[in-house]
Ligand binder design. Structure first.
Ligand code: PEP
Ligand code: MG
Length: 592
């Protein structure tokens, strides 16, 4: 039966595919496709894991049988019987095998996918005793996974792999690959990074706001995504057909043939539009009245530099270096590894500027099991970004040395996140001086850098005149600036309707920052999501912004807006927007 679920639109376009439900983080396992010749090994790995668990449970039963009747825990014995029965379940074995053979899932993925299928059946049972067996099933799957950990997969995660189609797949005319859509309750930015190399054509998560880091990574992957879809991961079943309408923030489950045809048409329209935009690749971003605009790229990993160049970016305006640090299970990248990563991005940009932001972890970008990970009440207000760096001088100095060394290979701009205090500014510069001195002592080459600050905390924007004198340039991080100005958690879908880039207070801070930088002749750009929103391009041009940094996928659409704009006409209009009680009405009307 067709039904739809509403969430937040975070990455545009239409995706149509079969749902892949990622199990809860309690059973977080690797998801990758295996090669045909590895299928048998994967089946064997699950079988070996299962057999080991059967053996363990039988041993336990044996020990219980040898106890005196007084000591033998009867309930445990009964529970072991249930677990052994579940381990013998033909549906579990056959299902796991099917996921591996037909879908080429790795063993752990197949096991959790089948768990999801059987768990649903338990949920639907009337008998409360049987319903409760779901917990037992989860326990035995966890046991098998643990047993399998001792038998690590010999299969490396390969890139895209064709998956055998089922009958219905032919409906889409897709006879070789079955497109897959990832459905999860939540995905950390580190998970997203892992999926970045993967096969998924779209993402849906139950939680998250429009500028949560999960949404940002989805956008950088340039695939349709919906976040904040509340109960989606409970309503969608493994392998259901789903449509993601990334423009409207809607998920359609089990679509009828008519709806499927309508969305297939919409998808093609998107592809045609992309084709049209591609013609602007080599067109300089100059407004109708001759103002030149710098379009820069936001990247997460050095290899993204390629997509930045391919999209016609004139540099990297934000390299979110923290993605090098995430999902490392405590093994943070050392100076050499970081140096190589930064150097690679710098060299791949062929002389264009690369703005490397020092690590910004914390809040919704935790470092898995690091000691810094915060379970604090307000992580967004806690030890994150520059605060985190200053709290760990050795780590900060390592990163600064790596960045300074990479600067010997091209134009590097150093960007510091979340500064607000005079003392933080002084400490930051002291660390930069110390990093240089260490490299001098080692006799190691490094290059000149420009140092800039992000404007993300209202306090920094409000004391801008004093703040600015320390820096060569500023970059406005509107994602956080909105969060902190309006006291709205950017990752919380429950308050997402209040997260408003056009709130008059936000616009005042953005406008005054741009104006002061222009007055003092300092560079200013926006690297938050506002920069890539084509609904806001004309307003930002009217406010005097001439440098925008965004995901490569957004660059051409923003360029198209710029080519159609006349800043002379936009400037007075932008002032009237600033003074309006409801700026969204003016911006949305399209009338200038
Ligand atoms: C921002 O806050 O706008 C920004 C660009 O930084 P991040 O999204 O990584 O916090
Ligand atoms: Mg930020």
């Amino acid at each position: 039966m067709t039904f739809s679920i509403h969430g937040l639109a975070v990455s545009r376009g239409v995706a149509i595919g079969r749902a892949v439900l990622v199990a809860s983080s309690r059973m977080d396992v690797a998801h990758y496709f295996v090669q045909p010749e590895q299928v048998q090994t994967e089946i064997e790995r699950v079988r070996a894991g299962r057999n080991q668990v059967v053996h363990e449970l039988q041993q336990m039963q044996h020990s219980i049988a040898n106890m005196s009747p007084k000591d033998a825990p009867q309930e445990l014995s009964a529970l072991l019987d249930v677990h052994l029965m579940l381990l013998d379940d033909a549906e579990l074995e056959a299902g796991v095998k099917r996921w591996i053979v037909e879908r080429m899932y790795n063993a752990e993925w197949a096991l959790t996918a089948q768990l999801e299928v059987i768990a649903r059946n338990f949920d639907e049972m009337q008998d409360p005793y049987l319903r409760e067996r779901k917990a037992d099933l989860e326990q035995i799957v966890e046991r098998i996974l643990r047993a399998m950990r001792g038998v690590a997969s010999p299969v490396a995660a390969p890139p895209r792999k064709a998956v055998k189609p089922a009958q219905q797949d032919v409906l889409l005319g897709d006879t070789v690959d079955v497109p897959l859509v990832l459905v999860a309750h939540d995905l950390s930015p580190a998970d997203m990074l892992q999926f970045k190399q993967s096969v998924f054509v779209g993402f849906i998560t139950d939680v998250g706001g429009k500028t949560s880091h999960t949404a940002i990574v989805a956008r950088s992957m340039d695939i349709p995504a919906v976040v904040g879809a509340r109960t989606c991961s409970q309503l969608v079943r493994q392998d259901d057909w789903v449509i993601i309408d990334g423009d409207a923030g809607v998920v359609i489950v089990d679509p009828s043939p008519i709806i499927l045809a309508e969305y297939s048409f919409k998808k093609r329209q998107h592809e045609l539009e992309r084709g049209r935009l591609a013609r602007l690749l080599n067109t300089p971003a100059i407004t109708l009245d001759g103002e030149s605009v710098q379009l820069l790229a936001n990247i997460e990993m050095p290899e993204d530099a390629h997509s930045a160049l391919a999209a016609g970016a004139l540099g990297v305006g934000l390299f979110r270096s923290e993605f090098l640090f995430m999902g490392r299970r405590g093994h943070l990248p050392d100076e050499e590894e970081q140096f190589e990563a930064y150097k690679r991005a710098v060299q791949d940009m062929h002389g264009l500027p690369v703005t490397i932001r020092t690590v910004d972890v914390g809040a919704d970008k935790p470092l898995d099991d690091s000691v810094h990970d915060s379970a604090h009440l307000n992580p967004a207000l806690g030890l994150r970004a520059i605060r985190w760096s200053l709290a760990d001088p050795a780590m900060f100095l390592t990163q600064l040395r790596a960045i300074l060394r990479a600067a010997a290979f091209g134009q590097v701009h150093l960007l510091i996140p979340m500064l607000a205090h005079q003392s933080e500014i002084e400490q930051t510069f002291a660390h930069i001086a110390q990093a240089r001195a260490m490299l001098d002592r080692r006799g190691q080459a490094y290059g000149p850098i420009q140092v800039g600050a992000m404007i993300e905390i209202p306090a920094a924007a409000l004391m801008l005149k004093r703040f600015l004198k320390y820096f060569d340039f500023l970059s406005i991080g509107t994602n956080d600036l909105i969060q902190y100005t309006l006291a709205i958690d950017r990752a919380d879908e429950l308050v997402a309707h209040l997260y408003d880039p056009l709130h008059p207070a936000v616009l005042q801070l953005v406008a005054s920052t741009i104006a002061e930088c222009r007055k003092q002749g300092k560079g200013v750009s926006i690297c938050g999501e506002m920069a890539g929103d084509i609904g806001l391009t004309r307003l930002l041009l009217g406010l005097g912004l001439r440098s925008f940094s965004m995901h490569p996928a957004q660059i051409l659409a923003v360029k198209q807006e710029i080519l159609r704009s006349d800043t002379k006409r936009l400037a007075p209009w932008a002032q009237s927007v600033l003074e309006a009680d409801n700026p969204a009405l003016l911006v949305g009307s399209g009338a200038v």
